[in-house]
Design a protein around this ligand. Structure first.
Ligand code: OGA
Ligand code: NI
Length: 342
């Protein structure tokens, strides 16, 4: 099984193989702005507070964050630092395993329950990305590698906690749209919805400015919840600029996905983001969960949000078909949404 991690370890890499060199993506590398401090922060404890004043103020902030950024940091979410650290530690152990012990994870098809690999879609990527990954479907059925010891149990606890947080966020987001609290839950069959865990491993690179971890893209699903080890690299596109994200300690990074954009008829846009590689010495690990409806749900704009002035802008599409579309292509910004725009 090929991996960038092994490429880096196998020879003392002096030059970057030419198929990894990204020409276009890095043009604006130097023009990045530091606006991290402006990225919205949402306090989860206020969203679920019994103090209705606190709650409605935070819901208001959440609506603004979804509309203006499609991205926010979530604090006071109740997921323990110990659990988060353990997920990161065991993820490192997983990528350190010899190939023989990862054999159960060599799924090739988009709906294989466990897949590990490299780049994005190695069969069609023209440029290879400086990233290895593990992807597991963890809901409605839980799948995870059996190695290293304890990984599966830890991941199960972690993704369950993630779903609880996402469930509350979806309720609050329904309210920001002046819909009934359980609107998105009901329409998206969220209780039995699909959850995909993606663990990204970005090995150190001797010339990080020449490569790309993950190019600009949007995520499928309703909401993605991400955490990372101590190293940065995530950037979001905002007002035509790339903004590096330096997460607050213990926070989760949440971004709106393509299916929230469809559901809200474009009110909450799926945010374009990418992961650059910045480190010559250490590996960056990020752990994301993409949270969506059940695979057979047809997602289309919520009728309650449509009017003569705001007609449906997207065709309905089954979630499963959308995932297949995304997985069959190269990763490109906005690509799949363009297929279903009316
Ligand atoms: C992703 C993603 C960003 C990161 O996995 O879809 O955008 O920082 N990851 O690793
Ligand atoms: Ni992403």
């Amino acid at each position: 099984m090929f991996s960038v991690k092994r490429l880096v370890e196998s020879n003392s890499l002096k030059s970057i193989p030419s198929n990894y060199i990204c020409h276009n993506e890095n043009e604006d590398y130097d023009s990045m702005v530091n606006e991290t401090e402006n990225i919205p922060t949402i306090d989860f404890s206020k969203l679920i507070s019994s103090n209705s004043n606190d709650r409605s103020m935070e819901i208001q902030k959440l609506g603004d964050a979804c509309r203006d950024w499609g991205f926010f940091m979530l604090i006071n979410h109740g997921v323990s630092e110990t659990l988060r650290a353990e997920v990161l530690r065991l993820s490192q152990c997983f990528f350190d395993l010899p190939s023989e012990e990862k054999k159960e994870c060599i799924g090739e098809k988009p709906f294989d329950p466990i897949r590990c690999g490299t780049s994005f879609n190695i069969k069609v990527d023209k440029t290879h990305y400086w990233r290895d990954f593990l992807k597991c479907y963890v809901h409605p059925h839980f799948h995870a590698p059996s190695n290293p010891l304890g990984f599966s149990e830890t991941l199960e606890e972690y993704v369950t906690k993630n779903r609880e947080v996402i469930g509350e966020l979806l309720k609050a987001i329904s309210l920001t749209l002046s819909l009934e609290e359980n609107y998105i839950h009901n329409m998206m069959n969220a209780e039995s919805g699909s959850q995909l865990l993606v663990i990204n491993y970005y090995p150190p690179c001797p010339k990080p400015e020449l490569v790309m971890g993950l190019p600009a893209h949007t995520d499928h699903g309703l909401l993605t919840l991400l955490m990372q080890n101590e190293l940065g690299g995530l950037q979001i596109e905002h007002d035509g600029k790339w903004i590096p994200v330096n997460p607050l300690p213990n926070s989760f990074l949440i971004n709106t996905g393509d299916h929230l954009e469809i559901l809200t008829n474009g009110k909450y846009k799926s945010v374009v983001h990418r992961a650059i590689v910045m480190n010559k010495k250490a590996a960056r690990i990020s752990v994301g969960t993409a949270n969506g409806p059940t695979l057979d749900t047809i997602v289309s704009p919520a009728p309650e949000l449509l009017s003569e002035d705001n007609p449906s802008a997207y065709r309905g599409i089954q979630y499963k078909d959308y995932l297949l579309l995304q997985q069959s292509r190269e990763l490109e910004r906005k690509s799949c949404l363009d297929y279903i725009r009316i």
